[in-house]
Design a protein around this ligand. Structure first.
Ligand SMILES: Nc1nc2c(ncn2[C@@H]2O[C@H](COP(=O)(O)OP(=O)(O)OP(=O)(O)O)[C@@H](O)[C@H]2O)c(=O)[nH]1
Length: 479
């Protein structure tokens, strides 16, 4: 019986396909739920959180600047010849310290003086490059603006200015005031959003220009520079709380835009989908490896288990359970093969057919167990008496058969006689049966025309003759 590996391969493949399919289904379900969670919950919630943070960090300064611009003291001071500078510097200093601003300032349209908490810092001139912001702002229609700029009078760091125009009662612009925040502080805030929520956060104006962003991480100048978003600018501007999906450089992004009226800017919160599905992908690869290992382990266990059953069945099918000798079927196959080899190699092949004399009497007088013991003991004697290359089998009942390879009739006769004598004298058999056991043996040798059947017929005749000749003897049936 040959071991069939094909079925093991099919079972292993089926197991692998099954576990891989489940892992794949699980993977796509996880990706879907992660993306859904991102779209429907994480992103909108984060936008609200960030909006609150921005309110705290930018809107509050913006309100302070707005409050400064409408302060009556400021208006009065500007319209009354700017006579007591100390008064205005104290005002600017109080606001700066109270709200922990980096700087506070006031520009007088009339004198073109730039005041800070330390006094007059500069005299503005349209010719000076770093004063250009004021003249642009003055000429714009905006009442306030956010301007990120250097101010060489304050220091070399980049500062975010929140500028508000000051109007008199006739709505003439009489100056500008506001506060300055260090952009490193804004950078820290945006960096916090990125690290805390894994989102890229920035603020754009109506033209799509990026007004506030985390420098060194986000170098985007205008949202239209993202080709996938070029056509979406009007949607971002017109629809509040817009959710967009786009692909840039083979990466999927989700973008949520929200208008912040206090700043007149649009908050953009952008999520790279891969950043959120990376752990799902890692889990997927891990699951594939685990299912592969488990499938292989199951395959190995199946192979070992099926092989052991297969071996047991093989043994059961080919051996006699009582004596553990080859059974009739096995012997038949071996004989068939040996006959072919004999013909081909022209070597002699002999067989001995052995029958225990009066075995029925042993069973009847001493019982079946003793009969079994006698059979086992005789099997041991026969096996140990022949060469390893020869075959001994239990033919059935109390009959045994021996195949003697490369043995002619004379030699087979000699071996038969030795066996007969050894059994007759065997002490163990005498102990088992009290009076000992004898056997009759039929001997023959194969000729070139022999088939398994013709050889059996001859050897059976030989045994019959031996029995008829009085048992405990050998009879030869020549070829
Ligand atoms: N204990 C035992 N007895 C068996 C087994 N197989 C066959 N027998 C018995 O062997 C006996 C064979 O009896 P017979 O065929 O009459 O042969 P015999 O008594 O040896 O007589 P001769 O062959 O003429 O010497 C029968 O009683 C069977 O029941 C077995 O496995 N165990």
């Amino acid at each position: 019986m040959r071991f069939n590996y094909q079925i093991i391969v099919i079972i292993t493949a089926l197991l692998f396909v099954l576990s891989s399919s489940l892992t794949l289904i699980n993977y796509f379900a996880s990706i879907n739920s992660t993306t859904k969670h991102l779209k429907e919950s994480a992103l909108p919630l984060t936008v609200d959180n960030i909006y609150t943070e921005i309110q705290k960090n930018i809107i509050e300064p913006s309100l302070i600047a707005s409050m400064m611009s409408s302060d009556t003291f400021m208006k009065d001071w500007l319209t009354h010849e700017e006579d007591d500078i100390e008064q205005v510097t104290r005002f600017l200093d109080t606001i700066q310290n109270k709200y922990k601003m980096y700087t506070t300032f006031l520009v007088s349209e009339k004198s073109q003086h730039y005041y800070t908490a330390s006094g007059v810092l500069d005299k503005l001139s349209a010719d000076k490059a770093h004063n250009q912001w004021y003249f642009k702002f003055k000429n714009s229609s905006k009442s306030h603006e956010i301007n990120i700029d250097y101010n060489e009078n304050i220091g070399d760091s980049l500062i975010m200015f929140i500028n508000y125009k000051i109007f008199d009662d006739e709505y003439h612009m009489i100056g500008a005031t506001g506060i300055g925040l260090k952009t490193s502080y804004i950078n820290e805030m945006l960096k916090y959003f990125r690290l805390q929520y894994n989102f890229n956060v920035y603020l754009i104006d109506e033209q799509g220009e990026v007004v506030v962003s985390e420098r060194s991480v986000n170098n985007l100048a205008n949202i239209s520079d993202i080709s996938a978003l070029k056509s979406q600018l009007s949607n971002i501007i017109n629809k509040n709380n817009l959710l967009l999906e786009y692909n840039q450089n083979n990466n999927d992004y989700l973008l949520n835009a929200k208008y912040i009226p206090e700043l007149d800017l649009y908050l953009i919160v952008e999520a790279k989908v891969d950043n959120f599905t990376a752990s799902v992908k890692e889990t997927f690869y891990l699951n594939v490896c685990i299912s592969l290992i488990i499938t292989l382990l199951i395959a190995v266990i199946i192979i070992f288990y099926v092989r052991s059953i297969h071996n047991k069945l093989n043994t059961l099918a080919n051996t006699d359970p009582l004596t553990e000798l080859a059974n009739r079927r096995t012997f038949y196959n071996i004989l068939e093969h040996s006959l072919l080899l004999t013909l081909r190699n022209n070597t002699p092949l002999s067989t001995l057919f052995i029958d225990i004399d009066n075995f029925k009497t042993i069973n009847d007088t001493l019982g079946h167990d003793i009969g079994d013991k006698t059979l086992k003991s005789l099997a041991g004697i026969l096996t140990s008496s022949i060469r390893k290359s020869d075959t001994v089998a239990r033919w059935g009942g109390e009959e045994f058969i021996i195949l003697l390879e490369d043995t002619d009739l004379a030699h087979a006769n000699l071996i038969a006689e030795q066996l007969r004598s050894a059994v007759e004298k065997n002490v163990a058999l005498k102990e088992i049966t009290n009076k000992g056991v004898t056997i009759s043996i039929g001997v023959t040798t194969a000729n070139e025309n022999d088939t398994v059947e013709s050889l059996f017929k001859r050897i059976d005749n030989a045994l019959y003759t031996a029995k008829n000749n009085g048992k405990n003897c050998i009879a030869v049936e020549s070829e």
